[in-house]
Design a protein around this ligand. Structure first.
Ligand code: NA7
Length: 532
């Protein structure tokens, strides 16, 4: 039998994680290839091309720090980079490090099976022959598997249908058209103000109202960019010391929201509001821990909402009643003000749920809303969706979906017992989506790279977590999450947005202590892992 070429590493996905993993493998002298379903690099930033798509972490912070020349030479144009600019950045990275030659585009990984006898993974792809590799790295992204609700009559709709995360490359002409958007999460909050300006009429179907803070996006001041670059390492280190690995330039304020008087609290919220963005929630250190403290921030934001929205009935419908921040806080550019426009209608699905989709639009229990275009801004099967769509089989052919039937189980969010030599980048059980994703990705890629080196140096060919260590880790993630207010909402952090998905809090809050644990595990000789 002709011997198949055995690779060191197969990497799945060519987004921020896959690109850096490939670069890192090459630096370590490992043979590696990337398999990517899209026809270009970019991952999240390849697929999410909806109007207004933009990062909610500042561009100077949402970028690679692993290469000093790269971070010095790349010039960001805006405070928050739009999707086209982030995509250009990743294309630049691919070219700069000559990565494309080892990436196969337009190729979806369909299955990966571990062979105990040879300690290799066989990776099936479409199209193309199987690949055999010693290690597999899943760089498949946390928000890459679109969640499209099954609404009765959806297939009868005669207009065009889109999901924000699968927006056509060539764009969609919405001028003069009646557009409906289902969902009011981060994607919708960005898309709605832009669509409203273009469409003849926009109908927003809201199931849960959302809190937003202003982005105050603006062109980057060259002096500000130069100041960051003068000590980029300093900013990266400051970010890594932050709970969510960003916002290191904004002085951290310790102490409870309840320790200060009303005037001081309001002043701090006003100051943060004027700065804009997600660091609003770092105004005090207990906003995501203490319901009473959280309520003070919530009230502040709702007062802002009522200032902006003219019609009190519309403002009321836009008012969320859950804890602020337990669903991802949205960062907006004119979201609430959009509901003052004459061509925008807000439909509250809690009052008038969708009955079905008709050939001409959306029928709620109240009336039919005629539409030419229906946009699903309904989010993702987050954190596990991309993995569960691949038939992954570990020792004795065990499917990963079985091992995770009661929710994802990992050690450090990096590996799963029974699936040796299979690494996850920003997997469930790691800070991932609760952190600046690029920082989280870099930390994982570097940890995995170091691990591969350590295995080689120690003469090991196989690594997997001990079941006990994994069980303790899952418990730890739950304990940490339970100290916070995060589990109090039906969010995608819990899998609550996908019907039938097991409700388990998936990301781990607290980047710095997580990183410390990862380092300590290594210092203790890969504590909790079995190496052979
Ligand atoms: P999200 O944040 O999951 O938002 C999805 C929205 O779609 C949210 O408002 C949902 O309401 C709504 N939704 C989902 N299913 C339905 C159905 N069946 N009917 C009506 N409305 C529905 O996804 P995004 O893409 O906006 O953002 C994902 C992340 O990307 C974001 O958090 C940032 O980290 C970047 P619900 O709240 O579930 O009631």
């Amino acid at each position: 039998m002709a011997a198949e070429q055995e690779l060191d590493v197969v990497i799945v996905g060519a987004g921020f994680a896959g690109l850096y993993m490939l670069h890192r493998c090459r630096q370590q002298g490992l043979s590696a290839v990337v398999l990517e379903a899209g026809d270009d690099v970019g991952g999240t930033w390849y697929w999410n091309r909806y109007p207004g798509a933009r990062c909610d972490v500042e561009s100077l912070e949402y970028s690679y720090g692993f290469d000093e020349d790269l971070q010095q030479e790349w010039e960001w144009t805006e405070r928050y980079a739009g999707q086209p600019e982030i995509l250009r950045y990743l294309q630049h990275v691919a070219e700069r490090f000559d990565l494309r030659q080892d990436i196969t585009f337009g190729t979806r990984v369909t299955a990966a099976a571990f062979d105990d006898a040879t300690t290799t993974w066989r990776v099936a792809r479409d199209p193309g022959a199987d690949l055999v590799a010693r290690f597999v790295v899943m760089a498949t992204g946390c928000l890459s598997s679109a969640n499209v609700p099954e609404l009765p009559g959806a297939d009868t709709f005669e207009g065009a249908t889109y999901h924000t995360g699968r927006w056509p490359k060539e764009g969609v002409d919405l001028a003069g058209r009646r557009v409906g958007v289902i969902g009011t999460g981060s994607s919708a909050v960005q898309a709605i103000p832009v669509i409203a300006q273009e469409a003849a009429h926009l109908t927003v179907f809201q199931r849960t109202p959302t809190y937003t803070v202003p982005a105050w996006n603006h062109p980057l001041d060259p002096a500000e960019q130069a100041a960051v670059k003068a000590d980029y390492a300093g900013l990266r280190a400051a970010n890594r010391a932050m709970f969510s690995a960003f916002g290191g330039r904004i002085p951290r304020r310790e102490g409870s929201a309840l320790e200060v008087d009303e005037a001081e609290r309001q002043a701090e919220y006003e100051r943060r509001w004027a700065l804009g963005g997600l660091p609003f929630l770092a105004a005090f250190n207990d906003l995501l821990l203490d319901p009473e403290a959280n309520e003070t921030a919530r009230r502040f934001v709702l007062a802002k909402l009522r200032e902006v929205v003219h019609d009190p009935a519309v403002a009321e419908r836009l008012t969320p009643d859950h804890v602020i921040g337990c669903k991802r806080l949205c960062v907006d550019s004119g979201y609430w003000a959009t509901f003052n426009r004459a061509n925008v209608t807000l439909v509250d699905l809690r009052e008038t749920p969708i009955d079905r989709i008709t050939p001409g639009g959306v029928l709620t229990t109240e009336r039919e809303h005629p539409l030419d275009v229906l946009v699903f801004a309904t989010g993702f099967d987050a954190m596990t969706g991309a993995l569960s769509r691949i038939d992954i089989r570990g020792v004795d052919g065990q499917p990963l979906t079985d091992a995770w039937s009661a929710g994802p189980r990992t050690y450090l969010g990096l590996m799963t017992h029974g699936f040796p030599n299979l690494f996850l980048v920003t997997g469930p059980g790691s800070p991932s989506v609760l952190a600046n994703m690029v920082e989280a990705i870099q930390q994982h890629v570097e940890w995995i790279g170091d691990c591969l080196d350590a295995l080689a140096a120690g003469g090991f060919e196989r690594i997997e977590p001990e079941l006990e260590a994994q069980d303790r880790w899952v418990e730890h993630v739950n304990e940490v999450a339970d100290v916070t207010l995060f589990p109090r909402c039906s969010s995608w952090y819990l899998g609550a947005n996908v019907p039938g998905k097991t409700r388990v809090f998936m990301p781990l809050p607290g980047f710095p202590s997580y990183v410390e644990t990862c380092q300590q595990v290594v210092a203790d000789g890969y504590r909790g892992f079995t190496r052979r």
